[in-house]
Design a protein around this ligand. Structure first.
Ligand code: TXA
Ligand code: MG
Length: 323
């Protein structure tokens, strides 16, 4: 018997009211953000947060991002310095996650931070997530709404397929606009590349050796707290389809599903005109389709290493990592 599919409700007042009731009862709900669909639960309720880990099959050392409605709410749970506040003012709401010292007295479950002294926090730019934050009245922990290690969801159907039998409700508000997870920043270090590039975040800075984590060719050492992983999204294998993935492909080989870009057309093409923002929005959907196709392997055309292309290549490299 196939597992029960979650209910998919279109975004609207009724859907949000039902979702907020579920959250208040300690459950979790899949909800879109501008980046990917998230699996949200009350960040102050350890049992609810445990439900996220269980649904995703996520290793418990991997901390979660907390979503709040605005900077004021963020300052209640995290300690901001001037630099962090300036980034927040420039980019929130939006696809920027800040890693900051956590305020323990705010009551965020230590399961959310996985025992770290810091918290990853962001203000999402999406009506559905904002409405859910408003209606539930609590900070929401929300990792991407997919089984751990799998391809991130940019459509409600991706969530339903990946988490069938594990969650009860998905709010559907169409495909997400950015299509790739938020940029995670700690101090001046980019822990996970995303829709906002280093040039967007720190325009006055020359490209120097103090920019680890931002270069595909040489990501450099990641900062660590003791031997704990500070950004497990940086695990080598992640975002992975069920089939082998070949990168830098300029032609289709026998049995392959080719994901094209620009001058290289494919079964799917990330952006025919070679637009990187469009390509990011299409990336995970293209991987999902390649995975669902009859092909035995997936190949992806080269994507330029600039702007959001850095984040696209980061996800592709991890998706292709031998498991
Ligand atoms: O766009 C996004 O960020 C999406 C949407 C749903 O908001 N969320 C998302 O969450 O990608 P998740 O849980 O899949 O990714 C969380 C990332 C992981 O790489 C995790 O290790 C890192 O954030 N992270 C969380 N807390 C951290 C902390 N205290 N220090 C360093 N990294 C942290
Ligand atoms: Mg994820």
């Amino acid at each position: 018997m196939s597992p029960t599919n979650p209910r998919i409700l279109p975004y609207g007042e009724a859907a949000i009211a039902e979702a907020a009731a579920l959250i208040r009862a300690g459950g979790c709900v899949a909800v879109p953000t501008e980046t990917v669909y998230g699996l949200a639960a009350d960040a102050s309720d350890s049992r609810a947060v445990a439900g996220i880990y269980a649904a995703k099959g996520r290793p418990s050392f991997n901390p979660l991002i907390v979503h709040v409605p605005d900077l004021e709410a963020a300052e209640i749970v995290a300690v901001f310095d001037d630099a962090a506040r300036e980034l927040a003012r420039r980019f929130w709401p939006g696809p920027l996650t800040l890693v900051l010292p956590v305020r323990r007295e705010a009551g965020i479950s230590s399961l959310v931070t996985a025992g770290l002294d810091t918290i990853a926090i962001r203000v999402p730019d999406h009506r559905a997530m904002q409405a859910l934050l408003d209606a539930s009245g609590v900070p929401l922990a929300a990792p991407s709404a997919n089984a751990s290690g799998g391809i991130s969801p940019t459509r409600a159907e991706h969530v339903a397929k990946s988490l069938a039998g594990r969650i009860s409700l998905v709010i559907d508000d169409g495909p997400t606009s950015a299509g790739i997870e938020s940029t995670i920043v700690m101090g001046r270090t980019i822990l996970r590349p995303g829709p906002l590039s280093r040039a967007d975040l720190f325009p006055c800075e020359g490209r120097g050796p103090e920019s680890p984590g931002d270069s595909l060719a040489n990501p450099g050492p990641l900062p660590s707290q003791g031997n704990k992983i500070t950004a497990p999204g940086q695990l080598d294998s992640h975002y992975a389809p069920g089939k082998p993935l070949r990168l830098g492909a300029t032609m289709r080989r026998a049995g392959e599903w080719l994901i094209g870009f620009g001058a290289v057309p494919g079964d799917d093409t990330l952006s025919i005109r070679g637009d990187l923002v469009e390509a990011a929005a299409n990336l995970f959907d293209a991987l999902h389709r390649g995975d669902a196709s009859k092909a035995t392997a997936i190949a992806v055309a080269p994507v330029p290493e600039s702007g959001i292309g850095v984040a696209i290549n980061d996800r592709l490299r991890r998706a292709a990592f031998p498991r």
